[in-house]
Design a binder for this molecule. Sequence first.
Ligand code: SF4
Length: 409
Amino acid sequence: MNDERLESLMTDLPAAVRRAKSEGVKVVGYLPGPYVPEELIYASGALPVCLAYGGDAQVADYALSLLPPIICPFARAQVGEMLLKNRPVYDAIDMVVVPSTCQHYRMVGDVWEHQEWTDIFKLGVPYDPREEVSMVYFRDRLSDLWERLENLTGKKITDTSLKEAIGVYDRLREALRNISLLRRNLSPGVSGLEFMKLNHASLVGDPLAMAEALEVFHGERVAAMPDETGVQGAAGVQGEASGRQEAAAQGETDDSPRLLLIGPNVGIGDYGILEMVESAGAHVVMEDVFEGVRDYWCTVGQDGDPLDALVQAHLVDRVPAAFMRSSTGPRFEMVSKIIPWFQVEGVIWYELLCCEFYDQEAYFFENKLRELNIPMLTLESNYDDLRSGSIRTRLEAFLEVVQGGPADA
Ligand code: SF4
């Protein structure tokens, strides 16, 4: 898939949602983060659509008539889209699922409710997945969602249809994982921006069609790589092989800085940070982003009771989100595995203005990363700051540090 095809895939997404709607398919939106099981929505015959558009300060500011400026720009953008009615994806929504992951989401759900925008389902997400009671509670909430979806679409969800839906989404996750792993190579087989757009497309498009498109993309990129022995397999985050060492042995010479992007959220359209990194000559070889990016490491599986499997995979098995109790340690542990695995040399901490979870964690991560000799640059965005020259200057100075320049550059 070349740039042109990727762009046309992105621009066709709203039309695809409209087409589905005109064919009588119900469209169920949800706020991003890995806690809303799209499998359940898909099994009901509805099209799951992640409401994750962001990056436009004007849209976010439009919501200031209903939300205070202490609400993060991504959350405000969701209300702005509802008010502006410019984006067909939001116009198509028949029902929306709002997970209780942070207070900003709660405000979005409340405003949508007050404005009587659409049918709203608030999905309680417990703060400590290790407790048995949390699993019981979450299962109960998913059972309620199950019923609400059946009422919306008029179609019964069966264990069989749910397992089939799980199979489709696991296939989608596997395709994304395989593409992401191409970045372990010294010359990444996919850029950070391309990967982000593919990941975003998977959140809006029909999941089966998207899985097929992603598999084709992966096959094309593998075929185009100079030597397939340099392509790293999907062995899991614990994999030990060094893509950089193997690629170096093959005589490849890409010494561009390799960066990990960490942050709460990268919205569909919020591409300024990735464009800036790439135009400065660096690669984003991995991202650890909670919202707006599909979690493709954790699959669900089709064994046993499918609702239990959804609870286990969506609540318990994945690396806990920043709002979860005692989540910082496991999250750093995951990052410390990603760093050697993807040969990461520096971290960009991309947080949104007023996002208290990530603001609080930045200090901890910066100190812990220093122990690993990995420098970190914190950038805060209100969706309009990235255009400023000072951020570009800070990024360029940071890349000099990553490449061995003076630490106070
Ligand atoms: S970016 Fe932060 S504050 Fe905004 S919705 Fe996400 S977690 Fe909440």
